[in-house]
Design a protein around this ligand. Structure first.
Ligand SMILES: C[S@@+](CC[C@H](N)C(=O)[O-])C[C@H]1O[C@@H](n2cnc3c(N)ncnc32)[C@H](O)[C@@H]1O
Ligand code: SF4
Length: 376
């Protein structure tokens, strides 16, 4: 049976961080959203037919604003609709919203992986990033996540203006001391329309330059790879058995349900793959579900060019790379780029039998590698 991952977007945050351009709204509760999400899941079951569920991921926004009853209702609904066995059920949490009783109740509701938005343990950095937690709260939440859940992950941001290599090393060493088995590291990106973008337009620097960023990436990689982590995706490092099964579904090109406001999905039926997006605002999303049974706003057929390009773009992010025969089946022709050979000879790509992978150096400049492959 074909595999299917389930993504639930919970778009609310207690406050909006100055660098964030996700589909988020400043609010803490919304009783109308959960019934809409549950109804939309039923619609997705009709679309997908019977499938093997690999994972449920509560992302946001701040899904740790959900009650355990709400989380449990989603898990139960997925189980009723598709059935499930030994799957990953993960939720993104902000340290500030940590509540021991709720977290234990999440665990009882089936959650087995906590993904914590630590960002940093440095108080000044957290204030600069506009976060509502400090370093002590981050460490407390991390210890609790590691105690309660079978698996846990921490998000780290690096590369804000003024950050020193020592500060980055200190954040990494706290994560290692705590025994964190999965770490996602993101370089601070200045996204259009955010408060940080406006600050930069006024001439106030928020992020480091590209050269320093490569040095910081080396620190992250060097520290984590010598500490037993597998650098299995551009931004992700895991100890054995702790890779994100949900994110791997995206990178491997599997199908995924996308429910909740502004969620993206992919669904393949009868050899045709569609990309779905839902209405962005919670109000429009819930209204659409009550009027039509689904919050899907757009369902676009991916032609073979778009489908194969997406497979390549996502697949080269992971250590395992892509299958060239799978690419050929999707594209209708082999990957016949004139750039392939120079990229392999230049050490940016590796070809091992049917697999094409980005080397460590290649992953550092992945955007330009994939651009060359797809344009040539
Ligand atoms: C959508 S957030 C959800 C997690 C949770 N709401 C939080 O912020 O802690 C997922 C992760 O994306 C990263 N992120 C979001 N915007 C970013 C940006 N502009 N630059 C770098 N990382 C970013 C953060 O590390 C964050 O933890
Ligand atoms: S970074 Fe997380 S907490 Fe901050 S606004 Fe974005 S989703 Fe919300």
């Amino acid at each position: 049976m074909e595999k299917l991952a389930v993504y639930i977007h919970w778009p609310y945050c207690a406050r909006i961080c100055p660098y964030c351009d996700f589909n988020v709204y400043k609010r803490k509760t919304d009783d109308a959203l959960l019934p809409a999400i549950l109804a939309d899941l039923k619609h997705w079951r009709d679309l997908s037919g019977p499938r093997e569920i690999t994972s449920i991921h509560f992302g946001g926004g701040t899904p740790s604003l959900m009650t355990a009853t709400q989380v449990g209702a989603v898990v139960e609904t997925v189980e009723k609709l598709w059935g499930m066995r030994d799957i990953e059920i993960a939720l993104e949490a902000n340290p500030h919203e940590m509540d021991i009783e709720t977290w234990r109740a999440y665990c009882a509701a089936g959650l087995n992986r906590m993904s914590l938005g630590v960002q940093s343990f440095n108080d000044a950095a957290l204030a600069f990033l506009g976060r509502d937690h400090d370093g002590t709260a981050a460490r407390k939440a991390l210890d609790l996540a590691l105690e309660i859940f079978p698996s846990a992950s921490a998000d780290l941001i690096f590369g804000w203006a003024g950050q020193s290599p020592t500060e980055l090393a200190s954040d990494l060493s706290i994560l290692l001391d705590a025994g964190t088995p999965h770490i996602s590291t993101y370089q601070l990106t200045i996204e259009d329309g955010t408060a940080f973008a406006r600050a930069e337009q006024r001439g106030q620097t928020r992020a480091i330059d590209a050269e320093l960023s490569a040095d910081f990436y080396d620190i992250v990689r060097g520290t984590l790879c010598t500490s037993g982590f597998d650098h299995y995706e551009v931004s992700n490092f895991a100890k054995a058995g702790h890779q994100s099964r949900h994110n791997l579904a995206y990178w491997r090109g599997w199908d995924y349900v996308g429910v909740g406001p502004g969620a993206h999905g992919r669904i393949t039926t009868n050899g045709k793959r569609h990309a779905t997006t839902t209405y962005l605002t919670p109000a429009r999303y819930t209204k659409a579900v009550s009027n039509t049974g689904t919050g899907i706003d757009d369902k676009a057929l991916l032609d073979s060019e778009a489908w194969s390009a997406e497979y390549l773009l996502m697949g080269l992010r992971i250590e395992a790379g892509i299958s060239l025969s799978r690419y050929e089946a999707l594209a209708g022709a082999p990957l016949n780029s004139s750039e392939l050979k120079p990229l392999i000879e230049g050490g940016l790509l590796i070809n091992e039998r049917d697999r094409l992978k980005a080397s460590q150096t290649g992953r550092l400049v992945l955007n330009s590698v994939t651009e060359r492959l797809l344009l040539a």
